[in-house]
Write a protein of this length. Sequence first.
Length: 319
Amino acid sequence: MKITCHELDGGRLSSSDVDESLERWKQGEGAFWLDVEGYDESSLESLLNRIGVNEFLKRRCLHAGVQTVVIAIPQGTFADIMIFANPSCTERTRVGALALKDLLITMKEQPVEEAVPVAVELEALELGEISTSGVLCALLLEHAAVTSRHGRALREKVLEFGDRMDDDVESVDPEEIEALIRANLLTVAVADEQNEAFSLLPNAKSRGFATAELEPELALLNTMADSTERLSRRVEMRAENLIRRQSDHKQGLLNRRLGLLTIISAIFMPLTLLAGIWGMNFQNMPELDDPYAYPAALSFMGLLALIGGWIFYKRGWFD
């Protein structure tokens, strides 16, 4: 289990020793953020016992990563939220967060790759005085922004596919669209879960999570999650429309080919009939004795083929 500890020093996050920080926190000195990664149940339980988390919140922390949930009791607020596990947004995971008074604990059962660590971004923002509630809100805003950026990237990709198909329907491989749909389904799943969690946060007030101080930020979280979810639904509809366009194009090609085969069959049907008649084994067939019968038959059959082709052409079957 890896634990990274940050002290909230005014508007900065400074690295600090875990043991020393917990002792200071118990004495009411300072505010801290513990980021726990790659834990197992026994090691996490040992840490929570050391902090003095009550049994209800402890059970929630130990069973984090199962479903989206936001729970608040007087001692603190617990949230279990789905996020993307890497910058390319190809995998998803869950992060559990426990906000106690002046102590924030984030729990990730598996490491989460971040393009820029959130701690670095918070320091760069120069927020002034920050609290553990503010850090939690900033973490959620960052992960919501990652989901939103990925949703917009998928929208640009589906629009690009549409432009390419306007020029040439076959220029977009069906596998490209299928890959986009799979990526979008993952985004829909993450955005939907985040939307559910963020809608519950404003009512999750406790000694560790001061919702009154974070009304603008919580409202922004709700707006971002709702917007991303709606965007992902629109991308899904556009991708389905691209599939329909490809299917219609393939059906059109098939119909044209079947139409051509039908024309050819229709042209040769009377020729086949004549060949069948003249192929009969009757003894008395006067035309067989005529020296001009063979070229006359070929000329007549050729004329029938030309007339049939001309009729189909005039009726637009070759368009």
